[in-house]
Structure formats: C-alpha cells, structure tokens
Write a protein that binds this ligand. Sequence first.
Ligand code: GCU
Length: 427
Amino acid sequence: MKARLEPIRFIAIALLALLALAANVQQPATNYDEAKVGSYRLPDPLVLQNGQAVRDAAAWQGRRRQEILELFKTQVYGRSPARAADMRFEVSEMDEHALAGAAIRKQVSVYFNSKKDTPRMDILIYLPAAARRPVPLFLALGFTGNHTIHTDPVIRLKDEWSRDTKTKVAAKESSRGSSSSSWPVEKILARGYGLAAIYYGDIEPDFVGGIDYGVRPLFYQPGQTAPAADQWGAIGAWAWGLSRVMDYLAADRNVDSSRVTVMGHSRLGKTALWAGAQDARFAMVISNDSGEGGAALSRRNFGETIRDLNTRFPHWFCDNYKKYSDAVDRLPVDQHMLLALVAPRPLYIASAQDDQWADPRGEFLSAVAASPVYRLLGKKGIDSDRMPSVNEPIMNTIGYHIRTGKHAVTAYDWDQFLTFADKHLAR
Ligand code: GCU
C-alpha cells in the first residue's frame, strides 16, 4: 500500500523547502569588485587587549604574542594537545643512493601512540647525498600519497581517502609521480636542501566525519564524543601533525632542525601558517595561495568569506569560528595577526593572479599589516601598501609575490621559495 502524505505534513514540507530556498537566495554573493570592498578597521597587533600600546620586543614576546595566540586557539583553529608520551618513530626504509645517487631517502612511520590500529603517519624524506653536514629542509603536507610526488618506485604506495565516497581507495602503481609538478625534488636537492613530505589524510581525512579516522579522537577525555567549541578542527590536527614531524626531524642527525621551513598550498597553506605560528621550531614559513582563513584578511570583503569556509568546510576550524560567519567585525583578530605570530622569523606569502577566490590583494595587505611587528623586532617586513607587479617578488624578512597563472604550486613559486631560503637561512 502506498503511504499518502497528510495535507498538514505536505504543507510543512513545502514551507521548509521554501525557507531553505529563501536562505540560499539570501547567501551574499561573492564579491570580486574592488570598488565594493568597503572600509574596514583591523585590530592593532601592537595594542594589548587592555588598550596599552606594545612598545618593545619584551612586551610583544611576553604579553601581546601570548594574547593573540590564545585568541587564534580559542576562536579560530582551536586548541591542540601536546604529543602523546608514547608516540613512536620507526625508520622503515633507508637508501643512501636513491634517485640515481642524488639523494638519501628515508621513509619514517610515526605511530601517534602505542596502541595498535591507531592512525599512522608516513614521512618521505629526501636529503642531498652530497651534503657533508646536516641540511636545511622544506617540510610540506601533500593532498595525495607520498608516492605521487616522484616516480621513485621505492616510495611506499599509499591508499588515499576519497572525499566523495569517504572511503579509502587503493593506490595504483600508475599514480606514481602524478603530482610531481608541485614537487621539484631534484631541484631542491641540487640547491642543498632536503624535503620531507606527508599525505595529510594520514593525520585526518578531509571531509565531514573524517574526524573518526584521524588523530583527534585519540585525545578525547573519557566520555567525550566531539571536540569542544574551542578545541582543534582539522586544520589544527594537520598543523599538529607537522609539529610531530618536527619532533622526528629534531632527532635526525642528517637534518639541521634549526633550519626547517614549513610550506603549504591552499588549505595546507592555512595549515602551514598555523603550524608556524604555534611552533617556533619552524625557522621559516611559506604559504602558497592560502586565502581566507590563511594569509588573506577576513575583514576585506573580497573572494571567499568566513561564512563560505564554515558552510563548505565546517570541519576545518573550531566551532567558535562559526560565530563570525555573519559578524567578521566581532572577530578579535584578523589574519595579519596570524602572520605577526611568525615574527621575527622569515615568512613568505605567495599569491596567484587568477586565484581571486583567495584574494591576492588581501594576502598582500595582510603581510603589510603584520609588518609593524617585524619592525618592532628589528626586521624588515613590507612597508609600502602598493602591490608589486606580477612576477616581481619582494624578499625582505617578509617576502611576497603574485605570479601570473592559477591556483597551484608551480616551478616559479618554488624558484622564489628557494631564493628566499638562500637569502634568509644561509649559514
Ligand atoms: C577551496 C576553499 C579554499 C581552500 C581551497 C584549497 O577553494 O574554499 O579555502 O584554500 O579549497 O585548499 O584548495
């Protein structure tokens, strides 16, 4: 027998559908018009919450930096726990003559705690074989398994999470090297740097519900079933994973752990910034096309908004961040203050001309607004708010470029990162 919809139910469903439609219509359209950005006032990184001015490095380091960090923890990315005491590393493979003799390759597994069946993170490390002393290194999370960064047949194949089906998909031999255009391994090695890569899905798969397969539940209190409103989101978890790689690198005698650069693209650029802001062991920080919730100013209404982030990726930030979807002016920080947390360490922000969703100008102005903190600490950030032309990088202690082309990590981007590293990490 067919169930018939009672009239009252029918009306209720129709009403709900109408409401949903109205809510959709009300979603503010994305602004791409410079004339419609409007005016906004950024919180001052050099004024304490009690209104007092920060006049010297000691007041910045001792007080204001802590205040800002705390605000990002409680309102934006959420608090992260310390590493588990029983975390373990295991060098599962090593070859001193990899890549036709150009590299030392290591594959290291990180077991987040001593229990079986908990998530495991696999780090792929290449170091220049010619090095006579510990080398500086670039560390980056990738969107795909480590075997996609190079065709090297010895890299362990990694099953990846499908964001559509929310299941793991078996890795294929044919996908080796499929993302190599974003990872110029040989060039990095030839310039004297090492590279460490990790598939971000090893830390937490990137979809709503992915939390169940990642590291966050390992730290629940007894009886806890979800993070509290001020506890870490997925970006917090990925950034935490980067700090765990740093724990390993600090113990690797071939690596100069005082010269590790954390780098990331897009959502992983947001992640690199948050990792570098929290963990001062990262000597240098690079964000590529990180956009909203990364380098770009949130108060500048251009491209993606906080509302967009919270709607499309509700698992990335802490729940408190949702309070600002329609109230960006109430956010006690803006993203220039995240950049300022990296000071006085070298920081490079890269934008792409065709990546308007990420608001290149907002990324640039954010770097400019972080610069007074660099100045206070005796470093040169970016003094002029006139944006440089495309493909004309700035290489002060804050570096910046906008290149031609789209949202991606390109050879051009890496060339600038390497030059910036040569300039700021040379010994
Ligand atoms: C989406 C998202 C961005 C993010 C990007 C990416 O476009 O809206 O915030 O940076 O994905 O990670 O590729």
